[in-house]
Design a protein around this ligand. Structure first.
Ligand SMILES: NC(=O)c1ccc[n+]([C@@H]2O[C@H](COP(=O)([O-])OP(=O)(O)OC[C@H]3O[C@@H](n4cnc5c(N)ncnc54)[C@H](O)[C@@H]3O)[C@@H](O)[C@H]2O)c1
Ligand SMILES: O[C@H]1[C@H](O)[C@@H](O)[C@H](O)[C@@H](O)[C@H]1O
Length: 336
């Protein structure tokens, strides 16, 4: 069965996912588009999905009889309402991160899905599908002994003026929040944030870099450097230290050059290139589950836990150096 998909939000990643569904992956076809900007939706239709219908609102798209499944790729603050509408319509829904901008909003989605009784939501935590992270998890699970510490870094070359200090948490660190929890099969119990000397490359409303310290229920200590004006490239690092050895996330494949008396290789600069393959695999997973009328992969519960953790980290930013406890509610059976 070909899944007929409606895409809400045709900005950068909405267009990229539409391209994936239309040109790369089998089993799905984009039949509907909507964006707050009608022109943006029309442009995506012209460039990527000429046969799709453009709807004036996301709500109309969700209700359309010929739409089997929904992709929510609009601005983060709009996700919650669309995901709730998709659940109410009983349609599988892939939602880009964040699931909701508050923990309360994410909880409303969890409650709605639990009331529905089966999974319908997949959250766009694509790193779980990255080949490098999957290799790392295999080694962490089987070879280096009990994990004790994680050292990680999330570096972007630059960010726009609209990117403010809390975004380092809910826009950027949120990937580590999810993937490290998955990697360690653990949950967080506290967060702390400290700010090193500020980079002169950051604009006035952004404190950059920052170091986030997380502690897990099993006692693992995690430090994540978030540095979003590092200038030199898009660089994701992750090292897990275990009782018997340590394991590093592999570097992306790159040609090593011996040139002009130098040994060098290029560093990627764009997240789209760094995780291009994992975006393909996560949507393949979504299509396969949607064909069966359900969802798999990162769940609404994972989105909710990430939101609770993000909120604690933002509180920790506002209270530099203070350890902020993180308490999770009981996980509903749907997510076991
Ligand atoms: N997983 C990842 O690595 C990754 C990467 C990039 C973006 N994202 C997430 O995807 C989402 C979109 O990011 P982007 O970079 O494409 O942003 P963007 O600004 O390029 O696109 C967002 C689009 O949503 C539209 N929009 C705004 N309000 C709307 C509404 N109420 N209804 C319908 N459309 C609406 C805007 O007009 C715009 O076209 C964000 O939540 C972002 O965090 C995830
Ligand atoms: O929305 C983007 C995206 O999620 C990237 O993966 C991340 O590295 C950026 O910091 C963030 O702004």
């Amino acid at each position: 069965m070909t899944v007929r998909v409606g895409v809400i939000g045709t900005g950068m990643i909405g267009r990229d996912h539409t391209r994936r569904l239309q040109q790369v992956l089998a089993g799905a076809h984009v039949v509907a588009l909507a964006d707050y900007s009608f022109d943006a939706a029309r442009a995506a239709q012209a460039d990527l999905a000429p046969e799709a219908t453009v709807y004036a609102t996301g709500e109309e798209l969700i209700a359309a009889a010929d739409v089997d499944a929904i992709l929510v790729t609009s601005t983060g603050s709009t996700h919650e309402a669309y995901v709730l509408a998709a659940i109410a319509a009983g349609k599988p829904c892939f939602c880009e991160k964040p699931l909701a901008t508050t923990a309360e909003g994410a909880k409303r989605i969890v409650d709605a899905e639990v009331a529905h009784g089966t999974r319908l939501v997949q959250v766009g935590f694509m790193r779980r599908y990255d080949a490098g992270y999957r290799m790392l998890k295999e080694v962490v699970d089987t070879q280096i002994g009990t994990p004790l510490m994680v050292h990680a870094a999330h570096r972007n070359p630059s960010v726009p003026e609209a990117y403010l200090t809390p975004m380092a948490i809910h826009d950027t660190l949120i990937h580590e929040i999810d993937v490290l929890r998955w990697l360690l099969d653990d949950d967080y119990v506290s967060a702390q944030v400290v700010f090193p000397r500020a980079s002169s490359k950051a604009h006035a409303k952004l404190r950059d870099p920052q170091v986030v310290l997380l502690e897990t229920a099993k006692g693992v200590r995690i430090d994540v450097e978030v540095f979003v004006n590092c200038t030199y490239g898009y660089d994701i690092q992750c090292q897990v230290v275990g009782e018997e050895g340590l394991a590093n996330l592999p570097e992306p494949m790159a040609i090593t050059k011996r040139l002009g008396a130098e040994l060098k290789n290029d560093i990627l600069t764009d997240w789209k290139d760094r995780f291009v393959a994992s975006y393909d695999v996560e949507l393949k997973d979504f299509i396969a589950a949607a064909q069966a009328g359900t969802a798999s992969g990162p769940s609404a519960w994972d989105g909710y836990v990430a939101a609770i953790t993000s909120d604690a980290c933002v509180t920790a930013q506002d209270n530099e150096g203070t350890i902020i406890p993180i308490t999770l509610p009981t996980r509903p059976a749907l997510y076991n």
